[in-house]
Design a protein around this ligand. Structure first.
Ligand SMILES: Nc1ncnc2c1ncn2[C@@H]1O[C@H](COP(=O)(O)OP(=O)(O)OP(=O)(O)O)[C@@H](O)[C@H]1O
Ligand SMILES: O=C(O)C1=C[C@@H](O)[C@@H](O)[C@H](O)C1
Ligand SMILES: [Mg+2]
Length: 167
């Protein structure tokens, strides 16, 4: 959560000439409400069910850059679907860097609401293992968003050049 998937994903899509889909934004459109209100009015389960449905749909479309929400991989079906149909990039951020971002995250991320710093650290650390379900890890700490997008675009292009089927 808050590692930069939406910010960098949007920039990366532009560099790869791909359309960009942000699953959180699609969920908000589906409910016609911002995320904190979806959680308070409909509950987290309704949010997660819609997230599941939209990941299944968009994650099956070709040639997209998709940003999922920070909790999407808590569900095994989401992990399996993305791993089977997409190239999954994990944005790894250290606790020290993440701590600096808390102030911009708390208003819009209901799971951080009313949590102490210690409780946030616990949530941050207990989630690390689920993010091991990926195809490639990217350490975001030392990159500005634009640099991160450029680095990822170059890496993906290089990997496509190396692995492209021979004509
Ligand atoms: N590389 C970066 N360096 C500094 N700040 C960044 C960077 N990437 C994103 N940010 C800032 O961090 C905040 C969270 O970024 P963003 O919303 O892209 O995260 P996210 O991974 O999509 O989060 P979520 O999992 O909640 O969807 C934003 O305020 C954004 O401007
Ligand atoms: O990490 C999470 O569980 C979440 C992250 C956000 O992207 C949103 O999907 C929502 O606030 C939940
Ligand atoms: Mg996001």
């Amino acid at each position: 959560m808050g590692a930069g998937k939406t910010t960098v994903g949007k920039l990366l899509a532009r560099r790869l000439y791909r359309d960009f889909i942000d699953i959180d934004e699609e969920i908000e459109k589906a409910f016609g409400l911002p995320i904190p209100e979806i959680f308070s009015v409909h509950g987290e389960k309704a949010f997660r069910d819609k997230e599941r449905e939209l990941i299944e749909y968009h994650g099956s479309q070709p040639l997209l850059v998709i940003s999922v929400g920070g909790g999407a991989f808590l569900r095994e079906e989401n992990r399996n679907h993305c791993l089977a149909n997409c190239t999954v990039l994990y944005f790894d951020i250290s606790w020290d860097s993440w701590k600096e971002r808390i102030h911009v995250l708390t208003e819009t991320r209901p799971l951080l609401k009313d949590k102490t710093l210690q409780e946030m650290e616990q949530l941050f650390r207990e989630r690390q293992s689920i993010y091991a379900a990926n195809h490639s890890e990217f350490q975001v700490d030392d990159f500005e968003a634009l640099e991160a997008a450029e680095y990822l675009a170059d890496s993906l292009k290089l990997s496509w050049d190396i692995h492209a089927p021979q004509a």
